[in-house]
Design a protein around this ligand. Structure first.
Ligand code: AMP
Ligand code: MG
Length: 246
């Protein structure tokens, strides 16, 4: 299927037209994985209810299995079948969904979510992306999609289809090409607790914007255990020097 080494992965990059979206949806329904653009970065998606499909994400990324995945949903109804929304969660979802905010919420008993998605946590990370390609695949497949960034674990999150192909190499699945991702950094992650909210990962939606909507500042700094990648000693591991906010 693949030819010369400089075309590696390239043959799997598809313009995200109606036909490719239908094929991606069929692949996902069949338990396969597909790389899909969102407004933040490219995600490596699988049916969140299918343990084998979710295992394929971890295998393809070389991701440690204690690092849980974000589940992407098409609408609020789907989100409410997975997690418990209290007043604060509803406010945040009303204000920022669809968009680059991930909410960590209590997982509902009996939700159709493979165990590996949450890595055994009693909570789940949910987002409702705004990107037209991701939304189209969510709607065409009728699935909730677990989707971490579409790169080898420890690498930089991809903002172009070509980056996905380069990072995953031979293991790359079908890649829907949506051009450059607008935000270019991962979603803001906010945990909604009984007594307020915590910022688990900074991102496109600022703590100030969240404070305004929540009506309260974030509660005390992070939990004592690692819950989001930004809290680990090593998360971004670029091979070149990096300047932040330059
Ligand atoms: P990535 O998809 O690579 O951007 O990473 C998603 C991140 O979301 C994970 O590394 C997690 O640490 C965070 N996350 C996912 N589920 C949870 C959860 N239940 N509680 C806290 N953080 C979570
Ligand atoms: Mg990542």
């Amino acid at each position: 299927m693949m030819s010369g080494s400089n075309t590696q992965g390239k043959s799997r990059i598809c313009a995200a037209d109606g036909l490719a979206i239908a094929e991606a949806a069929a692949t996902l329904r069949g338990g396969g994985i597909v790389a899909i653009p969102t407004e933040t970065v490219y995600g490596l998606a699988a049916d969140a209810s299918n343990p084998k499909a979710v295992a394929e994400i971890y295998r393809t990324k070389g991701r440690p299995d204690f690092n849980p995945l974000i589940v992407h949903v098409a609408d609020r109804e789907a989100a409410q079948r997975i997690a418990r929304f209290d007043g604060l969660a509803d406010k945040l979802a009303d204000a920022f969904w669809p968009g680059p905010l991930t909410l960590v919420l209590p997982l509902l008993d009996g939700a159709a979510i493979a165990k590996a998605v949450t890595a055994g946590l009693p909570t789940i990370a949910l987002c409702m992306p705004a990107h037209v390609v991701m939304r189209s695949v969510l709607m065409a497949s009728g699935l909730n999609l677990a989707a971490p960034s579409a790169n080898r674990s420890g690498g930089i999150s991809p903002t172009r289809a070509e980056h996905v192909a380069a990072s995953l190499g031979e293991a790359a699945p079908m890649i829907l090409d949506g051009g450059l991702c607008r935000a270019g950094i991962e979603s803001t992650i906010v945990a909604v607790r009984d007594n307020g909210w915590q910022l688990l990962r900074p991102g496109p939606i600022t703590a100030e914007a969240i404070t305004k909507v929540a009506g309260s500042a974030m509660i005390g700094a992070a939990a004592d255990k690692i819950e989001a990648p930004g809290q680990m000693a090593s998360h971004y591991a670029p091979s070149k020097p990096v300047r932040r906010n330059a």
